[in-house]
Structures are given as C-alpha cells and as structure tokens.
Write a new protein. Structure first.
Lengths: 286, 304
C-alpha cells in the first residue's frame, strides 16, 4: 500500500495527460492485426494465388480484381494476401534469430570476463560496420540461394543491434541491488542469470524487435527482389515486385501494389513500435 | 588530439582486418570444390587440375594461404575471378565509377533535400506534413521508390531513360531513389538539432542583437544541427552501398552492385570477397574521416 506513495514521479504520468492524436496508432494496430490474420488463414480473405487465367492477363484493378491481374492472369490481391504468410514469417523468423543470438551474445559480453567482452564488442562493431544487405549477401554466397539462408542471413546481419542493447542493459542490471543480494544468498550462477538478470535485461527488447521486424521485412523483400529468396511462383512480396518490374510499362499495379502493402506493414510496425517506445521510456518524442 | 586520432585509425584498421578474415572464412565455408569452380565449363583433366592446384597454391596449409591472402590484399591484390579469369581488382575497377557516380549524386540529393526540408518546414503544419512524408519514405523499401519513380517519370511521362547509364539524365531517377531515404532520416535529425539549438542562449543573444529569425536559423542554429548529422555520414555510406546493390538492378545500371549480385548467384567467391573487403574499406575510410572531422569541429572531444 505504501508502494504507491513512495513510487517516484516519472514522466509517464505527464506524457499520458497530454493527449496526442491516437488515430494513427489505432489504424496501424488494426492493419497489423489484419495482416496477421491474412498470414494465419489466407483462404478466408482471398482465392487461389496460383490460379492463372490466360484470358485475363494484366488487367487493371477493378471490382472483380482489386489489385488487377499479373502477366499470367493471376489475381494480384489474392497473391498479396497469401504472400503475407511468406513475407511475415521470413521477417519474424529472421527477427527471432537476431533477438535470440543477440540476447545470448549480449549476456555473454555483459557477464563474463573483461577480455571476452572486449572481443565480442569489437566483433559487434566489425559486423555493424557492414551494410546489412552486404552481410546478408556474403552469407547467401556461402550458404546458397534459398528461403532458409535468406532468413539466417538477415537474422545474423541484424544480431549486433540487439546484442549491443542487451550488453549495455546487462551492465546496469548486474550492479543493481537485487542482483548483489541474490549473489549474497548464494544461488547457482545459471539460476541467478535466468531468474534475476535475464528478465530485467529484456525490458527494451520487445519494442526494438518490433521496429526491427519492419526492417527485416524490408531487407527480405529487397533480397528476394534480387532473386535471392523464395523462387517464383511463390507469392512472396519481394518476388512479386520483381516479377511485376518486367511489366511496369503496361501494368504498374502488378509490382507497385504489392510494394505498397510492404510499405504499409513497415509503417504500421514503426508507428506502433515508436508509440510503445515512448510509453515505456516515459518521454514524449517530437 | 594525435592520440585520439590514432585510436580511431587503429579501430578502423581492426574492422578492416576482421572484414578480410570474415571474407576468407566465407571462401573456405563456401560449398563446392575450388578447383571445380575455377574450371567451370572449361576442359577438365587430372593434368589441368594439378596445374590449377599448383598455380593457385591450393595444396598449402590453410593458415599459409590465409596469411598469403592478407599479404597480397595489403598490396592491393585481391585474387582472380573464377569465372572471368581476370584479376578481381580489374573487374571491380571497371565498375567502380558508375557506382561511385550514383552514390555521390544520391548523397548530394539527400543532403541538400534534408537541409532544405529541415530549414523551410518550421511551421507547425508544414512540419507535420514533412514528418509524415519522411516516415513514409524511410519505411518504403528503396527499390519500390525506384519502381514508382520509374513508372511515373519514365513510362508515363517519358522524361527519363528506362535503363542503362548513357548520359546524365539516366542518373536522375536512381540518384533520387537512393537520396530520398537518406534525406528522410537526415531531415529528422537536423530538425531535432535545430529545435535544440534555437533554445540555446546563443540563439537568444543573436535575436537580441537584432538578427532576423531566418538569419539565426541559417547562420547560427544550422551549424550546431549539422554536428549530429555528420555522425550519420557513416550510416548513409552503408545505405548507399546497400542501395547500389538493389537500385542498380531496378534501373538496369552497370556497377558494383550488379557485379556483387551476379557473383553471389554464380558462386564466384573471389569477386564476392573483394566487393565485401572493398566496401568495408570504403566504410572505414568514411567513418574515420567523419570521426576526425568531429575532432576538428568540436574541440570538446579532443580531450578524452
């Protein structure tokens, strides 16, 4: 009961009292839920993404075909909806890899010996010295072209980002009173890390991962645009944009509308992520 | 000052070494037999194979090959392309200028656009419109920006060539495509910097001396706002390199990106390695120069 009284005043109260327009965030969340639903049960929203109709090739958007048809007469909207599963799961899997590896290496750097930290940190520096696309290209050159290597490539390329945050967070947490107390009580090291350090280190990670997810979806679309991801006829967004590029002079919709959906997803993730970031950090950004 | 500068140069060299080593490990880890890759579709016999092994030094211990690779890399020799049978530096050198031209043009577009945006959109509504468009531009995959521009300006209005690198007009759309995301991010940073600088006492003093608001903005605040923007130089170089890879493919331009993508698809590892080492070198160079520029601009950093 006294907790509420002694809780220090944080900026969070101040920032929520100043009301900002929330419609943008609401639209973003609604759109993300829709995209998730499309990825989970695409059949609910759209027909067969591979059904070609040679009589209806490169038709402009209409009531029957919302996004028009592509060079084989396939409905672009159907393909975009089914593509949500491919593109979102590639992004989520890649983000999962980068967050997992980042957590592990960040904790290692933050908790082990000073020299290990130095070596790992320099490694993160060197990795982040590369443009993400180039790192991913290097990995794909070694592992071969394919969806799995695309996922791992993006995951590894984005790992240092999370590892650095976790490492910095670990340094704060390991000096906190509850950790020193837990050490004094003499629990095992693994228990100490899992029970006390890990949950407190995790703090900023989910929001970062949300914004990072947008970036991985964007890079994945770029790499599969180059033909380094899922191969046609798979309705992956980047691959669709690439296929449509060849017919841009007669049918802009076949590549630009799938691209607009990628952009919408990334914007929605960024808007939601930034909103959450502001709430957790208790600050009002410009 | 000299110690601080030395430390930054040292850190840059370290990154370069790690990059070269990573590229070498990638070469070792790549699937397939090196001799097979070198032979390609050419004649194949045990004699030719043994000649190749002797010529490329493939029978020596890995460590020796690695040291040899580093030593030759220091001397500017990054090996030979498996497929083209030419020195890698020659392959890259031929494609360097188109990419560099594009990167420089894009950087110019990005910086000028960002400064103009940040300085002109000071009013509330202009600022809102500008930040929303920045968010959209930053969240759009760069190749999509390219496709939209291509669709509107080349196919619809026929203003610019659809592909290739014949003259200056072919440079406009690709440079705009790569420059826009840079402008989006840079404008956000500059705007924050301007806001902060205009609250500083020196801005009040300048106003008190009777300077007009625009003069305070351009002559005083902008300089301070540029500092954090310089820190983004390295980042934007990364965007430019990553960008060339994809944008060159969208616009069918020759360049490093095209070389890299076709080398990755065909497993021509020496070329992939060289592109990686080469762009790491460029990145380190830009970052070191940016750091040194910081030391020159901001005397407070020299002491630590």
């Amino acid at each position: 009961m006294t907790v509420a009284l002694t809780r220090p005043f944080t900026g969070r109260l101040g920032s929520t009292s100043r009301s900002r327009p929330r419609t943008g965030v609401a639209v973003a969340v609604a759109f993300l839920l829709l995209a998730l639903a499309a990825a989970a049960v695409p059949g609910l929203f759209a027909g067969d993404p591979l059904a070609a109709d040679p009589l209806r090739v490169l038709e402009a958007p209409s009531a029957a075909h919302w996004f028009g048809t592509d060079q084989l007469g396939r409905d672009v909207f159907d393909r975009v909806v089914h593509g949500a599963r491919h593109s979102l799961s590639i992004g989520v899997a890649a983000t999962g890899i980068s967050v997992g590896a980042g957590l592990l290496l960040g904790l290692l750097a933050g908790l082990t010996h000073r020299y290990a930290d130095e070596a790992l940190s320099r490694g993160f520096d060197a990795l982040s010295a590369f443009p993400l696309v180039l790192l991913a290209l290097l990995f794909i050159a070694v592992a071969g072209v394919g969806t799995t290597s695309l996922i791992v490539a993006i995951g590894l390329a984005m790992m240092p980002h999370y590892a650095r945050v976790v490492r910095a967070q670990t340094f704060v947490v390991r000096r906190a009173a509850y950790v020193t107390h837990a050490v004094a009580f003499g629990g095992s090291r693994i228990r100490l890390v899992l029970r006390h350090v890990l949950p407190n280190v995790l703090g900023p990670v989910p929001v970062l991962a949300m914004i990072g997810l947008g970036e991985s979806i964007m890079i994945a679309a770029g790499l599969s645009f180059l033909g380094l991801g899922p191969q046609p006829p798979s309705p992956e967004w980047g691959a669709m944009i690439s296929e449509g590029r060849g017919y841009l002079h007669v049918a802009w919709w076949a590549s630009i509308l799938p691209g607009a959906v990628v952009t919408a997803v990334v914007i929605a993730l960024t808007v939601t992520g930034r909103r959450l970031q502001r709430r957790f950090e208790g600050r009002e950004a410009a | 000052m000299i110690a601080a500068a030395g430390r930054r140069v040292g850190a840059g060299l370290l990154v370069l070494w790690v990059a070269a080593t990573a590229a070498y490990v990638a070469l070792l880890a790549a699937p397939g037999d090196t001799v097979d890759s070198i032979i390609g579709d050419g004649p194949d016999s045990p004699l030719i194979r043994s000649q190749i092994i002797a010529e490329w030094g493939l029978d020596r211990p890995v460590i020796l090959q690695y040291v040899d690779f580093l030593w030759r890399a220091v001397q500017g020799d990054l090996g030979r392309s498996y497929l083209l049978q030419r020195p890698v530096t020659e392959v890259i050198g031929a494609q360097l200028w188109p990419s560099l031209k594009l990167a420089l043009a894009a950087a110019g577009v990005g910086i000028v656009l960002a400064v103009v945006l940040a300085v002109t959109t000071r009013r509330r509504w202009a600022r809102r419109i500008s930040s929303v468009s920045e968010l959209i531009v930053v969240s759009t995959p760069p190749f999509l920006i390219g496709i939209v521009l291509l669709s509107v300006f080349s196919f619809h209005f026929g203003l610019f060539p659809v592909s290739g690198d014949r003259d200056l007009s072919a440079l406009v759309l690709p440079a705009l495509t790569m420059g826009l995301p840079i402008a989006g991010t840079l404008a956000q940073v500059l705007r924050d910097g301007l806001d902060r600088a205009l609250d500083e006492p020196f801005a009040v003093t300048a106003r008190a001396r009777g300077l007009r608001e625009n003069a305070v903005l351009v002559r005083h605040a902008l300089r301070h706002a540029l500092l954090p923007a310089v820190a983004l130089l390295g980042w934007s170089f990364g965007v430019l390199i990553g960008g060339t890879v994809i944008i060159e493919s969208v616009f069918g331009r020759p360049g490093l990106g095209q070389v890299a993508v076709s080398a990755v698809s065909s497993g021509d590892m020496p070329v992939v390695m060289a592109v990686v080492v080469f762009s790491a070198a460029g990145f380190v160079l830009v970052n070191t120069v940016a750091d040194l520029a910081f030391l020159l601009i901001d005397p407070r950093l020299r002491r630590s």
